[in-house]
Design a protein around this ligand. Sequence first.
Ligand SMILES: *Cc1c(COP(=O)(O)O)cnc(C)c1O
Length: 792
Amino acid sequence: MKEEILKHLRNSQGKDAAHSSVYDWRVALSLALRDRMVDHWFRSTRETYESGAKRVYYLSMEFLIGRLVEDTAANLGLVQEAKTALAELGQDYEAIVLNEPDAALGNGGLGRLAACFMDSLASLGIPAYGYGIRYEHGLFKQDFVDGSQVETAETWLSQRNAWEFARPEVQFRIGFGGHVEHHEGKAHWHPWETVLATAYDTPVIGWKGSWGNTLRLWSAKPEAKFDLKSFNRGDYLAAGRSEALARTISRVLYPDDTTDAGKELRLKQEYFFTAASIMDLLRRFLSDHDNIRELPNAVAIQLNDTHPAIAGPELVRLMVDEHDVPMAEAIGLARQCLGYTNHTLLPEALERWHIGLLGRVLPRHLEIIRAIEDDQQAKHPGSPRILEQDHVRMGELAFIMAHKVNGVSALHTDLVKETVFADLNRIHPKRIVNETNGITPRRWLHTCNAPLSELVTQEIGEGWVGDLEQLKALNQKSGDRTFLDAFSAAKRQNKEQLADWIAQSCDIQIDPAAMFDIQIKRIHEYKRQLMNILETIALWNEMHDAPNAEWTPRVKIFGGKAAPGYHVAKQIIHLINDVARVINNDRVTKDLLKVVYPPNYNVTMAERLIPAADLSEQISTAGKEASGTGNMKFALNGALTIGTLDGANVEIREHVGSENFFLFGLTAQEVVERRHVHGFSRAAIEASPRLTRVLGQIFEGVFSPSDPSRYHGLIGTLYDHDYFLVTCDFDSYFDTQRRVDEVYRNPQNWAAMALRNTANMGWFSSDRTIKGYARDIWQVNASEKVRLELTG
Ligand SMILES: *Cc1c(COP(=O)(O)O)cnc(C)c1O
């Protein structure tokens, strides 16, 4: 390893050891690790070609990957070797790990799910490609200026990306616009603009190097040659124009996956990566098949939400226009290949494109969508329509073009059946299935939480990393004082590390003995960070009034970004920061309560915070969080959850036991009913003196003395349009928090409850989720050989 690192330092970075920066060392280490991936990767590809096995294609607009050095070294079993080699070279492994940029090609849960799935597909030995976009700028960087969010561009590619292999020879022409000619029953699309999609491949190696798959990300390049004539005339801008336009397509990640951006560029991004991926998989298929009708036996294409839903029409277009398959048959064949994952019921997040826009950008696809609509109406008269008024509804399109549609938690899948797709579910009653989300135990316990991971391995061996259900054996230890002490000591060690980091990065001193209460996720009204900060103020009031009463000291930690155009979410951020400033400066409560909000939440920060959490905040309005995966990461790492009956919280509670979960709040059913009660929020506020006081303080400017009316709008909304029922759940939330305080004061009991969480979270491994997709949707097998290696 030492030789390999030095070789890359010299030959790949062109540096000698004496003049190398930590960046050079990091690239050299990454390249040395990548070298060790290549054999596994080639072997897997060869095996797949030889066996003719079916391949999975996971199409996702987002992959929230995070850093890769540690994860890769761990999966290859090379962490110790790398540390030793670097130490002998006088370098610090930890400093090198910290030097890596966090690859944030996603917004939140949906993108992180795709990244966990890539790890599980490889760990299970399922031949698979992940397909997405190689955004030049990932999710924006967040800073706070006077408590307000400020966004700046993220630049992960400004340094060399050591993990990827550029494939300039893998190129596809992607057309936009133009017109369609029909003669002799054949359609000819003449786009007026084309860009090239070129591939960048990152190998993804599973646990123990068992198998290697590929994450193939597409970058947009101009088709036209550089305009030398204009350049020579001195018109430099014109010379670069077509290039700039083409590159725009893979320039930035849309920072909001919950609203229909309604932007032409967004539609182009979606078609760009979807079309390139479909063309690529067809090319691979045709390299060893003659008959396009065999396609469903060879490929399973999974659509991560509707962003790649144009895959259906694109596949049909290629079959009909280029392979002479009749339309109806092409629709059937495409359907057999496609699966669609629904991630949301929020009406504002269901993609719809204006027919005018779609017809202008993708004229042939609009014709095919009409043919799909006609086919559906002919077979199922009265079926819900894809084209409604002036819009193309992508959810309906994805549903109709998929042979399986899945929700992401048991509750969410029931709601999908009862609400958004109720009518389609009646027509196709077997199409909707549930695949509850999961998380990879490699990143989310094994690498992010060394103290706990080592303790678990000492106790039950290392098999749990590849087979998380083995954690169940820890249930026997919940009455073992020595083990519980060791379990608490591991948590304590993580809390001390986090306290050091917060002292350094936020200049706030926190006590590791206090309860660490953490809510980290995108800022959204339905996730109810607002309710959390209102409860924080109520608690502070009572602590301030009676500082000598019996209190459980707490540190409230928040993390998360708001979409740049989401005004209310940004106000909530501002409020949290305003409240933090006031509370953290109160001398009366200084040993009882602190509020911390480190900026720029990302995967790396999650890996730092989650192992140190005592309490996990999963408090969304019931019926709104499709699944959540943050909830799983916390429970696996031995935090107790305070949560509503929403998303996967329901199943987490069933697995860890209701006595080890702090439940509060209205159910999804009650939420719907309560909204029909006239004046429900005003009534809830008036019934709660505690909440009335808090809202009054914010309204009067206690937390924003320089701008007392800052939150008038926010508070006014709670009185009149509290759509997310913050006011109705407030008292139940506050009371449950006081029960949490009481339980925390008995450390032995708390540790036993936390252990019950860790021990019973094995089911939430994304390995289990992927096995479900493989069995119910893709009809592919995990490699038996790999399975034996993992569990043996
Ligand atoms: C897991 C994760 C999420 C998803 O969190 P939820 O609490 O399920 O919304 C979002 N962002 C990052 C960085 C994550 O690691």
